[in-house]
Ligand binder design. Structure first.
Ligand SMILES: Nc1ncnc2c1ncn2[C@@H]1O[C@H](COP(=O)(O)OP(=O)(O)OP(=O)(O)O)[C@@H](O)[C@H]1O
Ligand SMILES: [Mg+2]
Length: 334
């Protein structure tokens, strides 16, 4: 049986307004993040992955605005909350941010200040969400630093972020995200800024913490290898929409959307000879202000059916564990 949803995103629309006009960065995004599972969100640069993450935490700043849809926390629970209805600065939203939903950034310094020690920042984050004395919070902070694999946490707690390597800083970033004991964590490209060896270590750490703590992890990446390693379910994004969702095994065994197939072809294979060129997807993601008619992917699609793809927008991906693709190709949507 499928786990209940920890978070349900329904028809989410986000717009940025500038002198040139309105940019529809998210245009009807729907998916579920299930309790205790890892959902991978994958797509090329500019598809709206970070905007989705920031919208959930209500961190979209002007000129950005949520213009439609719902973000339901605990949708089936007695105290379901629609986060789109909350004031981003309200006490309730501050409790959700960090308390219910932790955020791990690509660049850990986004979450850290250069002016305070690692310990002071984690203690502060713990005390924001839990009613603990300073001494108890400090003990918790040391325990947390140990959990994220920082050696000598009793000593390192007095370090400043700049005294740590990139890998250790991201471990501190993960500790910050976990300080409020969230049941949902959103990690936005948490390893992109790190070297390959450190990437693997940080992903391993995230996977272990996700399993041990039963966290619902929304992992944003543009790397299909990371998806294969980490995700239970996958949502593929293209130009502000979800174009395919699937359990990870099905996505790799039988991808239904031509965009997913193209992303998979672009993954370097360990069997590839060094000289073999990495296949890339032809063309570039158009700017969201210049969204193609019909299926947004049609100008780049190698499997286009014809006029219909240019004119009609395919139905959204069906929700549910087995998922499907938003595409007119036979069998794509069921
Ligand atoms: N502050 C902003 N002002 C105007 N448009 C914005 C702003 N932030 C994002 N956008 C628009 O939203 C689109 C999606 O951006 P987003 O950062 O979510 O992409 P992404 O999928 O996270 O890409 P990447 O893989 O490069 O991180 C962008 O193409 C851009 O047009
Ligand atoms: Mg991003």
């Amino acid at each position: 049986m499928a786990e209940p949803s920890a978070l349900s995103i329904r028809d989410l629309a986000v717009q940025f307004r500038n002198e040139q006009g309105v940019i529809r960065a998210l245009d009807g995004v729907s998916f579920d993040l299930r309790a205790g599972q890892t959902l991978g969100i994958v797509g090329e640069s500019g598809c709206g992955k970070s905007v989705t993450a920031r919208s959930i935490l209500r961190l979209i700043d002007r000129p950005g605005r949520i213009t439609g849809g719902q973000i339901l926390l605990d949708p089936a629970g007695p105290q379901a909350i629609d986060l789109t209805a909350l004031d981003p600065d309200s006490r309730q939203m501050q409790q959700v941010r960090g308390g219910r939903i932790g955020l791990i950034f690509q660049e850990p310094m986004t979450a850290l200040s250069v002016h305070y020690t690692v310990g002071n920042q984690i203690i502060e984050a713990i005390r924001q969400h839990r009613d603990l004395s300073k001494a108890d919070a400090k003990a918790q902070a040391i325990a947390l630093l140990g959990e994220v694999g920082i050696p000598h946490p009793q000593r390192r707690i007095d370090a400043y972020p700049f005294e740590l390597s990139g890998g250790l800083r991201q471990r501190v970033g993960i500790a910050m995200a976990l300080a409020g004991n969230p049941d949902i964590v959103i990690a936005d490209e948490p390893t992109t800024a790190l070297d390959v060896t450190t990437q693997a270590q940080i992903l391993g750490l995230l996977q272990r913490l996700q399993r041990e703590k039963g966290i619902a992890l929304m992992l944003i990446t543009h790397d299909m290898g990371v998806i294969a390693e980490m995700a239970d379910e996958v949502a593929v994004m293209y130009l502000g929409r979800i174009v395919e969702t699937a359990p990870v095994e099905r996505l790799f065994a039988a991808p239904r959307h031509p965009y997913t197939r193209a992303l998979l072809r672009a993954v370097p294979s360990i069997l590839a000879t060094p000289r073999q060129r990495l296949s890339t997807i032809g063309g570039a993601v158009p700017h969201p202000g210049l969204r193609p008619t019909g299926c947004s992917f049609h100008p780049r699609c190698t499997e286009m059916l014809g006029e219909r793809c240019r004119r009609e927008i395919p139905a959204s991906v069906p929700l549910g564990v087995s998922g499907g693709a938003s595409c007119f190709l036979p069998g794509a949507s069921e």
